[in-house]
Ligand binder design. Sequence first.
Ligand code: RFL
Ligand code: PHB
Length: 407
Amino acid sequence: MPGAAGDAVKGACMKTLSTQVAIIGGGPAGLMLSHILDRHKIANVVLERRSKAYVLSRIRAGLLEPGSVKMLRDYDLAERMDAFGKAKNGTGIVWQNKPDHFIDSMKWTGQQMMAWGQTAITEDLYAARERDGAQLINEAENVVLHDVAGDAPWVTFKQGEADYRLDCNIIAGCDGYHGPSRRSIPDNILKTFELVYPFGWLGIMAEVPPLPDFTYAYHERGFALAAQRSAMLSRYYVQCDASDRVEDWSDDRFWEELLARFPSDMAANITTGPSIEKSIAPLRSFVAEPMRYGNLFLAGDAAHIVPPTGAKGLNLAFGDIHYLSRALDWHFNRKDDRYLERFSEMALRRVWSAVNVSWRLTKLLHIFPDEDPFDDKIRQNDYDQLVTSDATASALATAYVGAPFED
Ligand code: RFL
Ligand code: PHB
């Protein structure tokens, strides 16, 4: 029996629940949507396939755009971020045998980014949802969406031995790239755009002091990134082969490779230590259009994936939730569908801006296995323009900080 989903009614063999918004997926997008809908007094139920412990063990994003920071503050989720997160004026780039560059969001846009991890945000979202008595159902199996194009969509799922039916007005598909929501949209409606990169990122977390700034490194051995979570928690990444497995990478091999990809003066300041987490992420750009089909609305990784190079994935998920929560507030509380009707179009404009900058940064900073000398010359020239042209530096910083939300 789902813990907080109190008003289950016994059917013949299926228990029936009802709500206004069924949210599939309890990652940051789903939890944030649930939290905001609650503030607008819109009933919702979150169905999450994994346990709470599993969701909270995922280590992912670490850099927030000003729009995401504002959202966390606006919805009273920023206490820990404001106490322990680190405001950043931008992100550095170091390049083998060329001058450094700083993607200076403060200088070019007057805005700061925030170093604050997705894991901590998800913890705070869980705490807020539990405190507010949310209907949050973990370990929901076999989630299937029904009649999404009609006025009365419903969702079936299993928890333990019990089968459930959840009736609703709207379904929010926040179930990530592999979830069932996007797949409920017919093939003749959904258009997808995809680019799979021929490499991955190997990331480690270590309880050692980080470098002062987030820094991307370009090197003939491949890309590397110095990131951070707190004064004693560092996150580092190296570009690896798409076919590599975590077992191929001992801590010693990782640190040796990382230090080789940073200039020697920076490498000398990197504190190494045993990893407490190590994982490999494939890199992909993916967009599904439209983000609405009938009464099903997609948000976050369910609709789009970006390579982590621009730090955009979580920020895009929160951008979608900004638009979707406003649209649902107007729909339920003002009986006005103007924002629901424009949700997909508005969200996709921001999505494509982020897809664009993530793709450009990925091309700029990685070695591609099949590249030829021409590609390398273009890349070197792109970087030379960045360090010598204010217009190019300003354009990148403006894209990096994230597109503003539209009214
Ligand atoms: P999530 O986090 O994947 O959550 C989806 C949830 O749906 C659940 N689910 C289901 N639930 C019910 N039934 C089913 N059948 C289900 N199938 C799936 C899943 O269990 C999960 O809990 O998607 P969401 O909420 O859209 O959030 C997206 C972000 O997690 C993602 O975009 C970011 O982590 C991407 N990302 C970064 N984003 C940033 O903004 N800044 C960064 O610095 C950044 N760095 C990163 C990243 C992602 C990385 N990896 C591992 C891909 C660094 C890395 C290495
Ligand atoms: C991170 O902190 O994990 C991080 C930061 C910047 C990126 C990607 C990941 O571009």
